[in-house]
Design a protein. Sequence first.
Length: 234
Amino acid sequence: MNPILVALDVDSAEKALALADQLKGAVGGYKIGKQLFTAVGPSIVRTLADRGERVFLDLKFHDIPNTVAGAVASAVATGAWMVNVHCSGGGKMMRAAADAAAKTAGALGRPRPLVIGVTVLTSMDEAALAEVGTTRPVMDQVLHLARLAQASGLDGVVASPLETKAIRAACGADFAIVTPGIRAAADVGKDDQARTLSAAEAVAAGATYLVIGRPITGAADPRAAAGDILAQLG
Ligand code: C5P
């Protein structure tokens, strides 16, 4: 499938649907995060899912297992194709999320969404991890949580471009890796993304899906920008 998931980091359903109209058929799906979801609610997920689009609902659930299971069940009911949780919620919480995804999808007669883990937020460095009591190097903690996610029944993890290769090696070919921070070489340093790879480099490093926002949504012609990126993937 087309691995490009476009981050709909906008504040209204109109803007999100206008982008989806422009990009229809040119990308593999859309990522809806906390900004859009909090502004307009689950109807935007339903609307896109009802149009046959894949929606990655990026709400990063992190709570007690029972609450996360309920949130995942609600996400499945919206038609989300991929959901995510924080791995630091623990194995029991991740298992509850995976079980709720399977159970609710079965009850509703729809495909089970992919359940993806967030290992260490890329905004956190070693000092920030130490502040919350984790003294391992960042990469060790990322791999530890990725392995725990896999052992707890998750389908994959979100990973920075710099972590993708090591996670692919640690978790094998069947584990999904969702990689943001994609920039063309010419655009490196233009915005707040510091550690980036090109789309082709990220796929070569083992990424399964690429989350791409501004390089597509901020382009004069988003559809052409998506097409250019896809062409680079061969
Ligand atoms: O516009 P840009 O391509 O930077 O958008 C990337 C998307 O991926 C944004 O929604 C951003 O929040 C998200 N993301 C990220 N880096 C992470 C995790 C998520 O850029 N480590």
